[in-house]
Design a protein around this ligand. Structure first.
Ligand code: SF4
Length: 195
């Protein structure tokens, strides 16, 4: 798909997310967070849901976890304008509780369309929640929690060979230098696939 066509599709999705009432989260959010980045991205990063700062600003991965993410990206010479970042659920669940099954189901309508528009070569799932969701979507057997599967690579032949790489959520490295080292090593693997 042409860059402009992708951009227009993503903009349409963003507009729909802004006025969406498909689940109850619309009533408690300040701002929805559709996602942002490059429509032509080869890498898509998917987290769980917006938190306090994301809800306040309407942007994904701002605040402390966003800073860690920026550091990790620059450690492998990547920048946000080259990738696309979003979450499974686009509105913040009150008090950062886990999104419910119904909310995930309602909101996946947007995530599936974003993946379809961008057609990334690599999808990195950030944390257990997004990993479970994407593994289920692509029928990948999950051999344990993120502590076990982080950094593993799963090619989905039926979906144009997209590679799914589960990673720890950057929030785990905000106060933990050891986790940041692990995340850096995993990020290093991503670039091996960008020839
Ligand atoms: Fe709509 Fe998703 Fe927000 Fe629910 S979380 S209101 S489905 S955009």
């Amino acid at each position: 798909m042409h860059h402009l066509a992708k951009e227009l599709r993503l903009k349409d999705i963003e507009k729909e997310v802004k006025i969406c009432k498909r689940c109850a989260l619309y009533a408690t959010k300040k701002n929805s967070v559709a996602g942002n980045g490059n429509p032509n991205a080869r890498i898509m990063l998917i987290g769980e849901a917006p938190g306090y700062n994301e809800d306040a600003r309407g942007e994904p991965f701002v605040g402390a976890a966003g800073k860690v993410l920026d550091d990790l990206l620059s450690s492998v010479n990547l920048h946000r304008h080259e990738i696309y970042i979003t979450n499974v659920v686009k509105c913040r669940p009150p008090k950062n509780r886990n999104p419910s099954k119904e909310e995930i189901k309602a909101c996946s309508y947007f995530l599936y369309r974003q993946i379809e528009a961008i057609k990334p070569e690599i999808i990195c799932t950030l944390g257990n929640f997004a990993t479970n969701f994407i593994f289920e979507r692509y029928k990948i057997k999950k051999e344990g929690r993120i502590s076990k599967v982080h950094g593993s690579v799963h090619e989905v032949k039926e979906a144009s060979g997209v590679k799914i790489i589960p990673l720890y959520h950057p929030a785990v490295a905000v106060y933990n230098v050891g986790m940041k080292k692990t995340l850096k090593e995993d990020f290093g693997k991503i670039t091996n696939f960008l020839v």
